[in-house]
Design a protein around this ligand. Sequence first.
Ligand code: GLU
Length: 492
Amino acid sequence: MTIKPARTRIAPSPTGHMHLGTARTALYDYLLAKKTGGQFILRIEDTDLKRTVPGAEQEIMDGLRWLGLNYDEGPDVGGKFGPYRQTERREIYAQHAKVLVEKGHAYPCFCTPDTLEKTKQEQMKRKENPHYDGTCRVLSPDEAARKIANGEAYIVRFKMPQEGVTVAHDHLRGDISTENKQFNDQVLLKTDGLPTYHLAAMVDDHEMGITHVLRGSEWLGTFPLHVNIVRAFGWHEPIWVHLSVFLKPTGKGKMSKREAADAMKDGYSIFIKDMPALGFTPEGSLNWMALMGWGVAEDDVMSMEEMIERFSVDGLTPSPAAINFQRLDHFNSTHIRLMNADDLASRIKPYFERENLKVDDAILLKMIPLIRERLVTLDDCLAFGSFFFKENVTPLPEDLIAKGLDSKQSAEIAIKSYEILSALSEINHIVAEPPMRAYVEQSALSANQVFGILRAAVTGQKVSPPLFESMEIIGREKVLQRLKNAIEILQR
Ligand code: GLU
């Protein structure tokens, strides 16, 4: 069977921060396009001017690029089917609305907001669900033309069938049947001449040759309206895929603003813009989100190439997915372990620089094997490796005092260590570890006591990568200088 190249699109509205949901849909779109040798498109759905947030469009583009979901067509890269920003396509929607009116599937509506509000209040008084009462649906074309000629303001509404059933087919959920009488005549074109999502998205998906519409399940409610619009034009329908919803980590309900802020306090975020600063890698993030809604058997650690290889729309699942940040940690640390040293070095370097540390590239490469296994997020490199790039470290006096000993006894250990190490022409684990171990054996001290003091002295912290390997990277001169400094602290 030959696979037809798919054309997919991510169509975000620039109304806030780009979140996990958009990123996951974009990933599936991307995988499907790449898998089939098709195209992945970015379309900015910015027709709700009141909700447009400055900078949000840029954030979407930056987020997609950071994730490596490079689109083949889009507002800033162009393409044959542009423009890719809906506010630049007004004319196209106006023409299509006109076509629907001419075909008798839509009509101009002259009801003023005041009248609509009054009708709504009356309906509510009668305990009815608010709905458009159809005043302009029954206007004759002549009457409507006369009002337009008179300059009366109008919107365009879709003439929803009032009888029968609409059967809409979702690829994951099967046929969804809905009684038509429960629908309203929805707005297609607003008074400002801009379209609503219902018209704009249907027109664009058709005009841009989209084969698969992957979108959030919040659109299931208006799905019957959308298929009616597509059918009214007489177009071929795309394959519709409504993805699973995300649930908050507890598995109950959707994530609220407050919970999103709480997650941030714990070092997690549902916004893509936050991921780099929190130390998450594109690889780890993508692998994590891929599996929230895609059931993959066997080994689930996948590179982008492997995801493309294994992806299939049929493998997507409609059941809700709980956001599990521990899984994000898992995938992130796993992908960090899979990176080669040069790659990892270039990724952690910015975190040191963010702290104004001067990074020596040779040292950076040497420390990678010592810290790699300890990194859950990239910024963990700071906790495990800042001391490599510092001129001096300032250990806390209490960290320099070994368990069961006082400061005087600890100072003596530091002095003895200084004597042993300064007698060596070089400090590395091969030459420095044996004499230090011999010292521990001869004394009544434990390795923990002696090496604990040494660790605090040369790294400035209680937990560090392997001590002797670290000292080797720090270098003899700095090790001795730091030890001297520690002795002074202990003797104060
Ligand atoms: N602009 C819509 C949204 O942001 C897009 C939905 C779709 O993918 O069709 O929710």
